[in-house]
Design a protein around this ligand. Structure first.
Ligand SMILES: [Zn+2]
Length: 281
């Protein structure tokens, strides 16, 4: 089995697919630097929304962020597993695939391979946010989608991408990594044409549930250069479920009630997102 095909091969595949997509549907869009309001997704004949990939951030030797008493890798895994269980029960037609189910280290590109191999229709990555210094200076949720990013406006992406530095041979695997690299622009261009609208639509739905039903404070939906989202061959959203180094958020993130609220909000958003495809069939 060949898992480790190169980033450049992926990019070529991506470009070919996106060119074919343009030929088929005549879709040519300009780059947008700001997030536009989500509209109905593009109807693709024969498309079935079948498989969701749930990605618990970090793991093993990569603990992610930490609070006073808990680590991001453990909180993310706990929420991800509850999400899998609840989704399987509440939306039985969906196939749910996890990138990890134990406390092990999975390289970012491998997470993407798992998603592609399982032909995912949506990739949901579960994380916790953290501020660099003060413990209670920030709180609430944030939804990240892959997109254009300006220097100084992608704190979360830089933190979440740091996992690669403990991977072996990361320079080879992520040779395109860097804010201003040409490779980023190429991937983004293909990505924007294909999935950007769907990513923002799903992120908006999750954000709405967190705010309106759970009463969570929200930092909104942002586009940043998040590597685990960049390489996905499907719409992908990273959910920062709360600030683990904010004492109130940390308690919420570790509580059964808090985790259940987060899970149910994501599931309501999944149902609405799935319904938006089915309405168009
Ligand atoms: Zn994280």
């Amino acid at each position: 089995m060949i898992y480790k095909y190169s980033l450049s091969f992926k990019i070529i595949t991506f470009l070919v697919l996106s060119f074919a997509y343009q030929l088929a549907f005549g879709q040519v869009k300009k780059h947008h630097h700001k997030i536009a309001p989500a509209t109905a997704v593009t109807s693709v004949p024969g498309f079935k929304f079948k498989t969701i990939i749930i990605d618990a951030g970090h793991g093993g030797k990569d603990p992610g962020a930490h609070g006073a008493y808990s680590k991001e890798k453990n909180v993310a895994l706990a929420i991800a597993k509850k999400l899998r269980t609840a989704l399987t029960e509440q939306v039985p037609s969906l196939n749910v695939v996890m990138t990890r189910t134990t406390d092990n280290f999975i390289e970012l590109h491998r997470r993407d391979d798992i998603a592609s191999e399982n032909k995912g229709n949506l990739f949901i990555s579960i994380h916790c946010n953290a501020t660099a210094q003060k413990t209670d200076s920030e709180r609430g949720v944030l939804l990240l989608v892959y997109g254009y990013h300006r220097k100084g406006e992608q704190l979360e992406a830089i933190r979440e991408n740091a996992s690669i530095y403990i991977e072996k041979d990361y320079q080879q695997k992520y040779s395109g990594y860097g804010e201003n690299s040409a490779i980023n622009a190429i991937v983004l261009s293909a990505f924007q044409q294909k999935f950007r609208k769907q990513c923002i639509q799903f992120a908006d739905l999750v954000n709405h549930e967190f705010k309106s039903v759970d009463g969570r404070h929200s930092l909104g939906v942002k586009e940043q250069g998040v590597l685990v989202l960049q390489q996905s061959a499907m719409p992908a959203v990273l959910v920062e479920t709360g600030f683990i180094n904010n004492p109130k958020d940390e308690d919420y993130l570790n509580s059964a009630d808090g985790q259940a609220e987060i899970v149910q909000s994501i599931i309501r958003a999944v149902k609405k997102y799935k319904q938006s495809f089915e309405d168009q069939q």
